[in-house]
Design a protein around this ligand. Structure first.
Ligand code: FES
Length: 133
Protein backbone atom coordinates (compact mmCIF):
# COMPACT_ATOMS: atom_id res chain seq x y z
CA UNK A 1 0.00 0.00 0.00
CA UNK A 2 1.20 3.46 -0.84
CA UNK A 3 2.20 5.75 2.05
CA UNK A 4 -0.50 8.07 3.26
CA UNK A 5 -3.41 5.81 2.39
CA UNK A 6 -5.89 4.76 5.10
CA UNK A 7 -8.55 2.05 4.96
CA UNK A 8 -12.07 3.52 4.84
CA UNK A 9 -14.43 0.73 3.84
CA UNK A 10 -14.98 -2.84 2.68
CA UNK A 11 -15.52 -2.75 -1.06
CA UNK A 12 -17.99 -5.67 -0.89
CA UNK A 13 -20.28 -3.74 1.44
CA UNK A 14 -21.26 -1.27 -1.32
CA UNK A 15 -23.68 -1.76 -4.14
CA UNK A 16 -23.64 0.28 -7.33
CA UNK A 17 -24.88 3.83 -6.74
CA UNK A 18 -24.55 3.63 -2.96
CA UNK A 19 -22.89 6.27 -0.81
CA UNK A 20 -22.16 6.38 2.90
CA UNK A 21 -20.62 8.74 5.41
CA UNK A 22 -17.53 7.34 7.16
CA UNK A 23 -15.61 8.85 10.06
CA UNK A 24 -11.81 8.58 9.86
CA UNK A 25 -9.52 10.27 12.37
CA UNK A 26 -12.08 12.97 13.08
CA UNK A 27 -12.80 13.63 9.38
CA UNK A 28 -16.19 12.95 7.86
CA UNK A 29 -15.78 11.39 4.44
CA UNK A 30 -18.25 10.34 1.78
CA UNK A 31 -17.52 6.98 0.17
CA UNK A 32 -19.45 6.19 -3.01
CA UNK A 33 -19.50 3.38 -5.53
CA UNK A 34 -20.45 4.09 -9.14
CA UNK A 35 -20.32 1.07 -11.40
CA UNK A 36 -17.09 -0.66 -10.37
CA UNK A 37 -15.37 2.55 -9.29
CA UNK A 38 -15.11 4.07 -5.83
CA UNK A 39 -14.93 7.74 -4.94
CA UNK A 40 -14.07 9.46 -1.68
CA UNK A 41 -14.90 13.10 -0.94
CA UNK A 42 -15.59 15.36 2.03
CA UNK A 43 -18.93 14.33 3.53
CA UNK A 44 -20.13 17.91 4.01
CA UNK A 45 -21.27 20.22 1.24
CA UNK A 46 -18.95 23.21 0.67
CA UNK A 47 -22.02 25.48 0.51
CA UNK A 48 -23.45 25.23 4.05
CA UNK A 49 -22.28 21.83 5.29
CA UNK A 50 -25.22 19.70 4.18
CA UNK A 51 -24.76 15.94 4.69
CA UNK A 52 -24.06 14.76 1.17
CA UNK A 53 -24.66 11.11 2.10
CA UNK A 54 -28.32 12.04 2.68
CA UNK A 55 -28.53 13.47 -0.84
CA UNK A 56 -28.81 11.67 -4.13
CA UNK A 57 -26.27 10.18 -6.51
CA UNK A 58 -26.75 9.97 -10.28
CA UNK A 59 -23.69 8.66 -12.06
CA UNK A 60 -20.83 10.54 -10.41
CA UNK A 61 -22.97 13.61 -9.62
CA UNK A 62 -23.95 14.01 -5.97
CA UNK A 63 -26.79 16.39 -5.10
CA UNK A 64 -26.83 18.00 -1.65
CA UNK A 65 -30.11 17.48 0.24
CA UNK A 66 -30.18 21.06 1.61
CA UNK A 67 -30.12 23.47 -1.36
CA UNK A 68 -29.42 20.99 -4.15
CA UNK A 69 -25.93 22.04 -5.17
CA UNK A 70 -24.30 19.38 -7.31
CA UNK A 71 -20.72 18.15 -7.45
CA UNK A 72 -18.91 15.66 -9.65
CA UNK A 73 -17.24 13.08 -7.40
CA UNK A 74 -14.64 12.30 -10.06
CA UNK A 75 -12.94 15.70 -9.76
CA UNK A 76 -14.93 17.68 -7.18
CA UNK A 77 -16.16 20.16 -9.80
CA UNK A 78 -19.21 22.20 -8.80
CA UNK A 79 -21.87 21.45 -11.41
CA UNK A 80 -24.58 23.60 -9.81
CA UNK A 81 -24.37 26.00 -6.86
CA UNK A 82 -27.77 25.71 -5.11
CA UNK A 83 -31.03 25.52 -7.04
CA UNK A 84 -31.96 29.06 -6.11
CA UNK A 85 -33.09 31.21 -8.99
CA UNK A 86 -32.74 34.84 -10.05
CA UNK A 87 -31.54 37.36 -7.48
CA UNK A 88 -31.39 34.72 -4.75
CA UNK A 89 -28.95 32.76 -6.88
CA UNK A 90 -26.88 35.85 -7.68
CA UNK A 91 -26.70 36.75 -4.01
CA UNK A 92 -25.87 33.15 -3.08
CA UNK A 93 -22.90 33.24 -5.47
CA UNK A 94 -21.70 36.63 -4.29
CA UNK A 95 -21.99 35.89 -0.58
CA UNK A 96 -20.57 32.39 -0.81
CA UNK A 97 -18.62 31.78 -3.99
CA UNK A 98 -19.13 28.44 -5.72
CA UNK A 99 -16.50 26.06 -4.48
CA UNK A 100 -15.45 22.59 -5.52
CA UNK A 101 -15.90 19.62 -3.23
CA UNK A 102 -12.67 18.13 -1.88
CA UNK A 103 -12.09 14.72 -3.41
CA UNK A 104 -9.37 12.22 -2.58
CA UNK A 105 -7.24 9.64 -4.29
CA UNK A 106 -8.34 6.08 -3.67
CA UNK A 107 -6.95 2.58 -4.02
CA UNK A 108 -8.90 -0.67 -3.85
CA UNK A 109 -6.79 -3.58 -2.68
CA UNK A 110 -7.75 -6.95 -1.24
CA UNK A 111 -11.42 -5.99 -1.09
CA UNK A 112 -10.71 -2.82 0.93
CA UNK A 113 -11.07 0.79 -0.11
CA UNK A 114 -8.20 3.07 0.93
CA UNK A 115 -8.23 6.86 0.85
CA UNK A 116 -5.12 8.88 0.06
CA UNK A 117 -4.14 12.52 -0.44
CA UNK A 118 -6.54 15.09 -1.86
CA UNK A 119 -6.78 15.17 -5.65
CA UNK A 120 -5.58 18.38 -7.23
CA UNK A 121 -8.42 20.89 -6.77
CA UNK A 122 -10.29 22.06 -9.84
CA UNK A 123 -10.54 25.78 -10.46
CA UNK A 124 -13.68 27.46 -9.15
CA UNK A 125 -16.03 28.69 -11.86
CA UNK A 126 -16.06 32.43 -12.52
CA UNK A 127 -18.29 34.38 -10.17
CA UNK A 128 -21.19 36.40 -11.59
CA UNK A 129 -20.63 40.12 -11.09
CA UNK A 130 -23.47 42.59 -10.68
CA UNK A 131 -23.10 45.58 -12.96
CA UNK A 132 -25.01 48.83 -12.96
CA UNK A 133 -25.78 50.92 -16.00
S1 FES B 1 -25.65 23.09 2.10
FE1 FES B 1 -25.42 21.98 0.27
S2 FES B 1 -26.39 23.17 -1.19
FE2 FES B 1 -26.52 24.38 0.58
Amino acid sequence: MMDGFIEVANADAFSDGEMRQVGIDGHELLVAKVGERFFVADARCPHMHGHLARGTLEGTIVTCPRHHSQFDLSDGRCVRWTDWKGIANTMAELVRHPRPLRVYQIEVLGGKVFVGPEKKPVAAPPVAVLTSR
